[in-house]
Design a protein around this ligand. Structure first.
Ligand SMILES: [Zn+2]
Length: 160
């Protein structure tokens, strides 16, 4: 029988990673992970699938990805909170603002927004994310607002 699982290679030793339970590296089972034991590198899967979330990360890269998220996430979360205070919560708000923040981050990194996933960054790119966010990542939202200036435009409203 043919193996339907994607061949996932460890980026450090270039050997195939093993699909195992996340209980092997965490106390709880968060679903399957791809693990390379010699490198102590792993990556989780997209919910309910065996598709890896990105590249396998070793301890150093895991730490830098956490630092990148810790620097970047409060920026868009803060914008969401400010928007909720301004006009109240509405559906799609978080999605729109987060997308816009990723778009600006991709611009600053000089990469395509479709490639702007912290989970797939290497240590060097994570370092740059931390630097950019510390310097201050500008995420202007005015061009997303409707003429009445009350709400951000939802994707299906942009055509009006
Ligand atoms: Zn390895």
């Amino acid at each position: 029988m043919e193996n339907q699982l994607p061949a996932v290679l460890c980026p450090y030793c270039h050997q195939p990673a093993q699909l195992v339970s996340s209980k092997e590296v965490y106390r709880r089972d968060y679903g399957p992970i791809y693990l390379c034991r010699p490198c102590e590198a792993w990556v989780g899967c997209h919910d309910g699938t065996f598709r890896p979330l990105g590249r396998l990360a070793n301890a150093e890269l895991r730490e830098w990805k956490m630092k990148a998220h810790a620097a970047f996430d409060p920026i868009w979360e803060g914008l969401c909170n400010a928007e909720v205070r301004r006009v109240g919560p509405y559906s799609g708000l978080k999605h729109i603002i987060r997308n816009e923040a990723y778009r600006r981050l991709a611009e600053r990194l000089g990469i395509k927004v479709g490639e702007c996933h912290i989970g797939e960054f290497d240590v060097e790119t994570c370092r740059r994310v931390v630097d950019i966010c510390k310097q201050g990542l500008e995420v202007p939202l005015d061009h997303l607002r409707s003429k009445r200036g009350r709400r951000l435009l939802l994707p299906d409203q942009e055509r009006r």
